[in-house]
Design a protein around this ligand. Structure first.
Ligand code: SAH
Ligand code: DHB
Ligand code: MG
Length: 238
């Protein structure tokens, strides 16, 4: 009764805008689940100072990638799209000392920042940055008879995702896990008549994956400090 009377006179404050709420919840979860991490924080600072776009995965998403790699005991990881190596550091930390992460980056400025950040995190020894068009680097890996990767993280230019998936299949074995970032794009993925090449590229990618009998796939929408997006999780079965 008293509660009801009180609420009559002091109505609850309006709920925060959704994006602020998602960020506040991410802050709460991060404060509980992510111990202070000087190397990762330094990597973010260096990337920001160098003027790189702040489009790396969130800290909680980075840890999600780390946990996936750990859970499957990944020894060989392929990343398409390095930026400042924020996700790369998370993934590399999941590798054993003799593991390998190959990460593909087009922009030499990004690669230079990534190199500095990988060194700062003490994982340079386990990471190779292949500079150039990812499609060329992937063709080279296939041509050189690369061993299959255990985990592949697709996170570069969205119009090429379908092509990255084709190469990923060629660099996989039964059991390889493929994770693709940014498959929801604030919900724009359902706009079949979009004029946005990234949205159309994502739709081509999802349709190609859906039609591929060798894989089993799901996709999840996510909200958090990076807004509203999502990822696809693809298991290569044969
Ligand atoms: N995985 C990173 C973010 C990657 S952002 C993280 O979460 O920390 C996408 C990156 O892909 C950018 O650095 C961009 O330069 C790179 N990229 C874009 N097009 C590319 C291409 N055709 N080949 C290789 N890299 C590309
Ligand atoms: C963009 C790219 C990403 O990989 C991401 O996670 C967020 C945004 C972009 O190109 O805008
Ligand atoms: Mg991304």
């Amino acid at each position: 009764m008293l509660q009801r009377l009180k609420s009559l006179f002091s109505p609850a404050p309006p709920p925060p805008a959704p994006a602020e709420q998602w960020a506040a919840v991410d802050d709460y979860l991060s404060s509980l689940l992510l111990p202070p991490d000087p190397a990762l924080n330094q990597a973010l600072r260096v990337s920001q100072t160098a003027g790189l776009p702040a489009i790396q995965v969130s800290p909680l998403q980075g840890k999600f990638l780390y946990l996936l790699a750990k859970a499957i005991a990944a020894r060989r990881i392929l990343e398409i799209g390095t930026l400042g190596a924020y996700s790369t550091i998370w993934l590399a930390r999941a590798l054993p000392a003799d593991g390998l992460l190959v990460t593909l980056e087009l922009d030499p400025r990004h690669a230079a920042v990534a190199r500095e950040n990988l060194a700062g995190a003490g994982v340079s020894e386990r990471v190779e940055i292949h500079l150039g068009q990812a499609l060329d680097s992937l063709a080279r890996l296939v041509q050189e008879g690369s061993q299959p990767f255990d985990l592949i993280f697709i996170d570069a230019d969205k119009p090429n995702y379908a092509a990255y998936f084709e190469f990923s299949l060629q660099l996989s074995r039964a059991g390889t896990l493929i994770v693709a970032d940014n498959v929801i794009r604030k919900g724009k993925v359902i706009e079949e008549n979009s004029s946005d090449a990234s949205v159309l590229g994502m739709r081509r990618f999802l349709e190609r994956v859906a039609a591929e009998p060798r894989v089993t796939t799901t996709a999840l929408q996510t909200v958090g400090s990076k807004g509203y997006d999502g990822f696809a999780l693809i298991l290569v079965e044969s």
